[in-house]
Structure formats: C-alpha cells, structure tokens
Design a protein around this ligand. Structure first.
Ligand SMILES: [Fe+2]
Length: 192
C-alpha cells in the first residue's frame, strides 16, 4: 500500500531556489579550494571574502530504491585563476545509477569520466537535458557570466561518493582560453 502522498515544489527559474524551503547546501571557496589547480590563486581569493561557489537545494525524499531524488544546483559565475567555478564532482555510491541534468539558466560544461579512464563532456545551456549514464562521475562547470542553474534527478538509492574524485582528481579541467572555455586534460592525471 502506498504510504506517501504526491507533492510538488516550485523552482524559481532565475535563482534555482525551491519553495517551500528544502535542504540547502552552500559550498564556499574555503570548503572546496583544493579542487582548483591554481592553489595560490585560491589562497589569494580567500584573503578577501569567502565567495560562495555553488549551492544545492535538495528536495528531501527517502534514500530508497524506487524513489527519485531531485534538486537544483546553482553555480555562481567566477573563476579561480584561469579555471571556472565548478562543483566538487562525484560518483554515485551505487555506481550503476544514472542521472539527468536539465539546464534552466546559464552556460556551462558537464565533465564526465569513468573509473577505467574514459572521458566525455557536454555543453549545458537553457533547455539542454543531459544524460549521465551509470558508472560515470560528473562535475559541472559554469563558463558564463550568470548563474548556471540546473535540475538533477537520480535514483533514490544512488548515494554520493565524493572521496574517489577527491583522491584521484578529474582527468579534465575547463579553463579560460583565448577563444573561450577550453576543456583540457589534467596534467599528470592518473590513467588506468
Ligand atoms: Fe550525481
């Protein structure tokens, strides 16, 4: 017998804010400074204010098989050195789970990679719906001048594994090139 009732939330399309209020995660530069390749630039930026790099508004649903987690992410525009603001990136704890990103606002690049060394990236702009297959780690980068706002939907039991990405890093980075954003291979990246 179903024991839950249908419900809905409202997304403010410009800001990604969900109402009624849901779980809100704020990632400031001090929280994630080690993900950027230019550590000096990160430390320099932290001598001033501690900027918010991104926020997540997560609708709470049970972390169970059959449920669908859903959230909005908002990556604020900016860069650390020549590298655009981005998320920490993660695998799903249960690797065999996919995710969909629906972009609502802004411009960005979705970086993806697998544990056996495959890499991919997709451009995000309003209306793009990106499919992250099972087993692919994912990190999102804001390459524009406005907030990058997108909806994520993924299986209820997926979970998050940030540690694997933190240990080995991502094999690709997005930097400011002479003609705009450039996806480059990470120097010294682990290739397996
Ligand atoms: Fe995910």
């Amino acid at each position: 017998m179903p024991d839950e009732n249908p419900f809905q939330t409202l997304i403010e399309l410009k800001t990604g804010v969900i109402s009624p209020p849901v779980d809100h995660v704020i990632r400031r530069l001090s929280d994630i400074k080690t993900i950027f390749r230019d550590r000096d630039a990160a430390e320099q930026a932290l001598t001033g204010e501690d900027p918010t790099v991104y926020e997540v508004y997560n609708v709470p649903v049970p972390e169970e098989t059959g449920q669908l987690q859903h959230c909005t992410s908002v990556i604020h525009p900016g860069a650390v050195g020549d590298e655009y603001h981005m998320t920490k990136g993660h695998y799903h704890a249960r690797r065999a789970t996919a995710e969909i990103y629906l972009c609502l606002r802004g411009e960005g690049i979705l970086l993806m990679e697998t544990e056996d060394g495959r890499t991919a990236h997709l451009r995000m702009s309003p209306g793009t719906m990106s499919y992250i297959p099972p087993f692919w780690a994912h990190r999102t980068v804001n390459t524009g001048n406005a907030p990058l706002v997108f909806v994520g939907v993924y299986p209820g039991n997926a979970g998050h594994d940030y540690g694997s990405v933190a240990r080995i890093g991502f094999r690709q980075r997005v930097i400011k090139g002479p003609d705009g954003p450039q996806v480059v291979a990470e120097e010294g990246a682990v290739r397996r």
